[in-house]
Write a protein that binds this ligand. Sequence first.
Ligand code: FA5
Length: 342
Amino acid sequence: MLNRLKELQIEAINEISNTTDLKELNDLRVKYLGKKGPIQEVMKNMKDMQPEERKSAGAVSNEVKNAISAAIETKKEELEALAIQQKLANETIDVTLPGRTVNIGVTHPLQAVTNELESLFISMGYTVEEGPEVEWDHYNFELLNLPKGHPARDMQDSFYITEESLLRTHTSPVQARVLEAAKGKGPIKIICPGKVYRRDDDDATHSHQFTQIEGLVVDTDVTMADLKGTLLELARQMFGQDREIRLRPSFFPFTEPSVEVDVTCSKCGGCGCNICKGTGWIEILGAGMVHPNVLEMSGFDSKVYQGFAFGIGAERIAMLKYGIEDIRNFYTNDLRFINQFK
Ligand code: FA5
């Protein structure tokens, strides 16, 4: 019996040393040390032994089991170390390989100009307001001194949705909303960027949907000089410190006096070229002093408060700044155009 135990030890250690796989090693543990294994089988005969013989058989069986366990542990450590080495070898990173490029988007030039104008006005103490693109006739026209039937409504051909609602034709209704919400108390200093819509025929300089940035300042001591200074700063920040502006008399029902604002042409510097049609000047926005009727309709005392307002066409600014010749480029989503602004 003792011989059989020694034979089993040699047999097990042989098999253990030949195995190359952790699962196989575990199977060998079950095979030799499990309850139904050959060592337990041999030990069943112990009951027929003399006490002295049984004692030494017990000791030998323990020695054999310990030797097999130790061989399994050693092999396990060896196989685990080998597995880690193989994993490391397989996962080697080649740091010399070129990286995969990620396609990074680019800010649309129209958005870039809007952002730039927003930052400029925020730096001058303005806050940014927004309003709905589907607007009530009341805010788009009536509160801006354009009652129903007023001939100046034809200046902005509109997309009506119902008799009383339309796609806003300018960002000026936001100033009407802000004035109304202020309940007759200034000061107000806001800009409102956003999309506007008109039944204009699309061509190189007109679009049926375009972007305006409205500005409104209302306080107790606001003059035309404040408006002019603000617009000169705007022109110089956007187009260069050597720009000049000129104010031409114009008409808007919501401002009195009203002006159209031109900036010296950035291509020819004012001598006259194809961009400025030989005049040296390019129109960029409409502006004026807020009409007393507009202030009064929103609850402001026009003897105490005055204000100025302006409406910038963002596409026109972007076209001048980047030399873009056709406004439709902003809306055709041609990546060859957009990627030039990377
Ligand atoms: C207005 O819309 C006034 N609400 C501006 C204003 C605000 C005046 C506050 C006074 C006080 P106007 O229709 O001129 O004004 O438009 C303003 C600017 O929008 C124009 O100077 C031009 O740059 C731009 N614009 C007008 N129509 C179009 C169009 N169809 N496509 C692209 N840009 C346009």
